[in-house]
Design a protein around this ligand. Sequence first.
Ligand code: TMP
Length: 236
Amino acid sequence: MNKTTLLHEGKAKKVFLTDDADLVIQEFKDDATAFNNKKKGSIADKGVVNNAISCRLFSMLEEHGVETHLVEKLTERDMLCRRLDIIKVEVVVRNIAAGSLVRRYGFPEGTVLAKPIVEFYLKDDDLDDPLMIAEHAVALGVATMDELAVLKSRAEAINDVLKKFFADRKLKLVDFKLEFGRHKGEILLGDEISPDTCRFWDLDTDEKMDKDRFRFDMGGVEDAYTEVQRRVLELD
Ligand code: TMP
């Protein structure tokens, strides 16, 4: 399968059309941004690591009955995917308070939530991806109420699978972001799942092993990503 035209270039990935109208190739870059592009940098070999982690997690989710856009891992940086009409809703699932939950609502960082929280954000960089309620998404025409109900229950099911998968690998799944898209009448999980889009804390030490190390200049970014990759890929 060959890349033809560049369809879209995002902050961490490029998406290319292929000879097959139903398939695209997602190429993972080393570029890193945070706070909606206000902080820019690069993480050595991040594209290779995030592609490997995402492909493994998507195929593991498929084994648990979650439909995703993954077709196959093509090369170090390239993932062959079903082409999606992306739903402009970022779905965040939270198990432990961190990040904007701490900033907005004053939870002490690390508070274990009695029940996971699912949030919807509008996928719109110009507006800084604002938090929204389902009614906003429907009024904006980005999704129907039925689709949002599917996104919420799908996100909860994915959380159950991922939480166990990571606990077995001595990582706490603090929170994460998912994107979904429409493909031939179905809703599939799209985008990526990686240390860019999740918060992982070491089960024993609570050490942060994700993009927060880049966001807050904590050092050891590459080592943290590589260690997550090792735990995801080697402990099968
Ligand atoms: P937050 O605490 O900053 O709202 O982030 C929640 C989770 O979502 C965290 O795991 C990081 C992820 N995330 C993204 O993947 N992309 C984004 O643009 C944002 C804001 C968060």
